[in-house]
Design a binder for this molecule. Structure first.
Ligand code: SAH
Ligand code: SF4
Length: 480
């Protein structure tokens, strides 16, 4: 029987449950059957590989994709030679897109040799109609394209690909429902991300996220706590609560749970020892939240607070809703209430209209705020955002020179902040082990790393370590 047989496809579709996630578990079973047939024909297990571009949200989505593919029966591989390759794409900056096109081209060449290879593209870039059009025209060998709102449908779309004779595209411009209880595969075992909300309503003038991830929607607190509970039961000690603007968590719910309250609820889950979160927006970081971080032992003393620019004029053009002074006052308030807290940030250089004076303001902010670290980005023009139409776009040469200057200032301040901890004894989560050197890498609650001699068995546990020697951005240490 050919799979491209309408009767077979119709029959499978007609038997599918209409509610989620049951429908997807049904398609996972169908795909498992199809995969078994392929494995018998090939005389071996089939493999999958997921390449993730971009932020923590994408990393989290990739865990769900990996969970679904593992449940179908694919074995995970770390090579793009795998039988099924997923690119979970990012479009926040132009260079991420360019890299993806280059790599799809490479996959296409591999597919010429192995026509059964499956190439799946999803994520933020696929929410852009021009990108999908380009792939449809120039990369006909791609098998499935879907966006950010329907990643849970992977199994169903894979099935649709198997019963059709070419590219299957399913990109939604809006989210429909939040589907809970999908399979997930957890990369680390001892730490995991939890989405608490999706989308963003802020429309910073440079940013494409609100267009590709849609409007803000919060998950129910009870679903989040349940996920944390399941993770803890499976050995997870640290969770990272993820959202584009965690301060506005709960605004689309009616249970009165604010982000600060949610932190408290998750910290009451037995087995969860540490909680991180990303990202708060400086414009509405509440005193209630600062207080919760200060008093709750499980909440890491680390606040990632994107500055974007230190110039009030640029901040206004960016639609960020705070001034340089308000930002610095907020950092001061956080540091005063939470001793030892690490404040880290994101900064964009080369925003349209940026002058030398604006750069000087940003560097001054870096010095005054005392960031433990900062991600610095060259402004990237994203079509469809208000900033793309602004006059006075900064030339690449000018932006690169400013970028180098900013990088130097950030490096100096970060090293100075990190050095302050020399001689302290801290608790770290053991995250990675290098057998050749016998060295464990531990992450401090403020997100800094320390390498120290230890045995591999400690991976995933929390231990006390002396911070002996600062090496700039990390420490060498010893067990306390
Ligand atoms: N929601 C988070 C961050 C999302 S994007 C927040 O508001 O902070 C992650 C980072 O990418 C941003 O903080 C910003 O610094 C950077 N970024 C976003 N759009 C960009 C663009 N067009 N060019 C360069 N950097 C950008
Ligand atoms: Fe983008 Fe601003 Fe939303 Fe962050 S808050 S995702 S930078 S629009």
């Amino acid at each position: 029987m050919s799979l491209q047989n309408d009767t077979y496809a119709e029959r499978v579709r007609s038997l599918a449950p209409v509610t989620e996630p049951e429908r997807q578990y049904y398609f996972i079973d169908v795909c498992r059957g199809l995969l078994l047939a392929k494995e018998q024909a090939a005389g071996r297990k089939l493999t999958m590989h997921i390449a993730t571009f971009g932020c923590q949200m994408n990393a989290k989505d990739s865990e769900t994709l990996a969970g679904i593919l593992s449940e179908i029966g694919y074995e995970e591989s770390d090579s793009e030679e795998a039988d099924l390759v997923v690119y979970n794409t990012c479009t926040v900056r132009e260079n991420a897109n360019t890299r993806v096109y280059g790599r799809i081209g490479y996959l296409g060449n591999r597919k010429k040799l192995h026509p059964e290879k499956r190439i799946i593209l999803c994520g933020c870039m696929m929410q852009e109609p021009q990108a999908v059009e380009k792939i449809r025209k120039s990369y006909r060998f791609v098998d499935v394209i879907f966006g950010t709102h329907n990643i849970y449908k992977l199994a169903e779309l894979l099935f649709e690909r198997e019963v059709s004779d070419g590219l299957v595209i399913d990109v939604w411009d809006k989210a429909k429902e939040i589907v809970e209880s999908l399979p997930r595969s957890n990369k680390y075992g001892f730490k995991a991300g939890i989405n608490i909300m999706y989308g963003c309503n802020n429309f910073c003038s440079y940013c494409i996220v609100p267009y590709v991830r849609g409007r803000e929607r919060s998950r129910k607190a009870s679903d989040i706590v349940e996920e944390a509970w399941h993770l803890a039961k499976n050995g997870v000690k640290e969770v990272m609560l993820l959202g584009q603007n965690v301060n506005s968590y709960g605004k689309t719910n009616d249970d009165g749970v604010t982000f600060a309250k949610l932190l408290r609820m998750v910290s009451e889950v037995e087995g969860i020892e540490r909680i991180r979160f990303m990202t708060p927006h400086p414009k509405d970081l509440s005193d209630e939240l600062i207080e919760e971080i200060a008093v709750n032992d499980k909440v890491c003393k680390h606040v990632h607070l994107p500055l974007q620019s230190g110039s009030t004029k640029v901040l206004k053009a960016m639609n960020r809703h705070y001034t340089k002074e308000q930002y610095l006052a907020l950092v001061e308030k956080i540091k005063a209430r939470i001793p030892g807290v690490a404040v880290t940030t994101d900064i964009i250089i080369g925003f349209p209209g940026e002058t030398e004076e604006d750069v000087a303001d940003t560097i001054e902010c870096v010095q005054k705020a005392g960031f433990m670290s900062a991600y610095t980005f060259l402004y990237s023009k994203r079509n469809g955002t208000p900033a793309a139409k602004m006059e006075n776009q900064v030339s690449d040469e000018v932006a690169s020179e400013r970028f180098q200057r900013l990088l130097k200032a950030v490096g100096e301040v970060s090293a100075q902040e990190a050095r302050k901890l020399t001689g302290q004894t801290v608790t770290v989560l053991c995250e990675e082990y290098k057998a050749e050197e016998g060295l464990m890498t531990g992450r401090m609650d403020n997100n800094l790393l320390v390498h120290f001699p230890a045995e591999e068995a400690l991976l995933g546990s929390l231990v006390r370590v002396n911070l002996d020697e600062c090496k700039g951005f990390y420490y060498l240490g010893s067990r306390a």
